[in-house]
Design a protein around this ligand. Structure first.
Ligand SMILES: O=C(O)C(=O)C[C@]1(C(=O)O)C=C[C@@H](O)C=C1
Length: 139
């Protein structure tokens, strides 16, 4: 119960825990939607007991099982959306190349990076770069 300590100041990006995850949107981010109690917008009932429901070796206890099933469902949808995005992107790229243009449209990519950063903070930029690499290949 005391493992979630609001005074935790360690800023290690490599080992996010329940206390550090809301701050992961970047330095000075004012992301106001990160309240743990409000993140289950589609009916999720994840509670402190859920997110802390693991043993020292990382095995889930009963309380976390439902929330993890929900995460698995969300991940499956995210993956499907990435695949759909890649197919749409491929169509745009193909048309541009057939019209004599280039595969990459840098100005458009800047818009996408800005959007992800605006919504998700600095890690959003990394996510957008990964998405673009998946959709148009490495630069
Ligand atoms: O929007 C475009 O023009 C695209 O080609 C799509 C897309 C993307 O996946 O978002 C892919 C490559 C471009 O460099 C920019 C954006």
């Amino acid at each position: 119960m005391d493992t979630v300590n609001a005074t935790t100041t360690t800023d290690t990006a490599s080992s996010p825990d329940a206390a550090s995850i809301p701050d992961a949107t970047g330095a000075g981010s004012t992301a106001s939607t990160a309240s743990p109690a409000s993140t289950g917008g589609t009916g999720s009932t994840a509670s402190a007991a859920d997110v802390n429901g693991s043993t020292a070796d990382g095995a889930a206890t009963g309380d976390a099982t439902g929330a993890r099933s929900r995460i698995d469902e969300l991940d499956a949808r995210i993956i499907a959306l990435v695949q759909e995005r890649r197919a749409v992107s491929a169509g745009i790229q193909r048309a541009r190349i057939e019209a004599g243009g280039r595969r990459v449209h840098l100005a458009r990519e800047m818009e996408i990076l800005d959007r992800y950063r605006g919504e998700l903070g600095r890690p959003g930029t990394q996510l957008a770069m990964t998405l673009l690499a998946l959709c148009r290949g490495a630069l």
